[in-house]
Design a protein around this ligand. Structure first.
Ligand code: IPE
Length: 275
């Protein structure tokens, strides 16, 4: 059983305070993960974690005018965004290690890139996750080789990736969101389950109630707005669109339901997957 889990940046950081980890929330997430891996009878045996940017990535990206589509050739600016994400990745890894979770960092900038259009299929072949569904970058093709992630899983490690800056051919560097990463990984690892742990208990309708199941974006487009705080990679509509593009059923839920998700239950909203 392979499970891909995204921890939203807004869950593990305080999104309004630059570069501030939400230590309590991170502890809850790390406890849930440690518990699930410790009890493999109903927990995932192969787990990949991807965390978002929250107050570490987005405000640097915003300040430098870099988004999923707006690129930059300023290496210092791109390194600053990447560096901030590295700090958050260290904090997540520390919390995991303190609880005995065998987690290792995987930094997307070093292995992934994007290219616009369909003419460039890249050079790294079948191990790529090709993502045509990410946020605003409809024509951008993501190349995210997963050989190292698979080797880590085979050795019993928990790879921990994060939203990052990636080289984008013809645009310099752009932002790769954690949502795009989990979608790509779910495909290339042929994952059984995909979880998106968010600050809300699921995808909400106009009345603020959790929508149980979403099978198409058109059915919910009107009710999905953008994120309130600075978010260069799009709000819930972008997430749902990306999640609908993979065959793996996706679950969107809040932090208090992470344990239930990891135990195999289906809290929050189920997006796509088999009927
Ligand atoms: C953004 O990742 C990464 C950067 C801004 C570098 P996400 O878009 O997945 O982050 P959250 O979960 O919305 O904070």
């Amino acid at each position: 059983m392979t499970t891909v889990l995204k921890l939203g940046g807004s869950v593990v950081t305080r999104k309004e305070d630059p570069e501030t980890v939400d230590a309590d929330a991170l502890a809850i997430a790390a406890d849930a993960i440690a518990g699930a891996l410790g009890d493999r009878s109903d927990g995932p045996d192969r787990l990949v974690v991807v965390h978002g940017g929250g107050s570490f990535g987005h405000h640097h990206a915003d300040r430098h005018g870099v988004s999923a589509t707006a690129g930059s050739h300023d290496a210092a600016a791109l390194s600053e965004i990447h560096g901030a994400m590295g700090e958050l990745n260290d904090a997540v890894l520390d919390a995991f290690h303190e609880r005995g979770v065998n987690a290792l960092p995987v930094r997307p900038l070093s292995v992934a890139y994007r290219a616009d259009g369909t003419g460039d299929s890249g050079t790294d072949g079948a191990t790529d996750g090709d993502d045509h569904s990410g946020t605003d970058s409809e024509t951008a093709r993501l190349h995210l080789p997963t050989a190292s992630v698979e080797a880590m899983l085979a050795e019993g490690f928990v790879p921990v990736l994060h939203g990052d800056v990636v080289t984008h051919r013809g645009r310099g560097g752009t932002i790769l969101s954690g949502d795009e990463i989990v979608v790509s990984l779910a495909r290339s690892l042929d994952a059984d389950r995909l979880g998106v742990c968010s600050t809300v208990p699921g995808v909400l309708d106009a009345n603020g109630d959790v929508i149980e199941r979403i099978d198409s974006l058109s059915s919910v487009a009107e009710t999905l707005g953008a994120s309130d705080a600075t978010d260069v990679t799009g709000g819930m509509a972008g997430k749902v669109r990306a999640l609908l593009a993979v065959p793996t059923p996706a679950h969107v839920f809040g932090l208090s339901d992470l344990e239930a998700f990891l135990a195999g239950r289906a809290p929050g909203t189920v997006v796509g997957g088999p009927e």
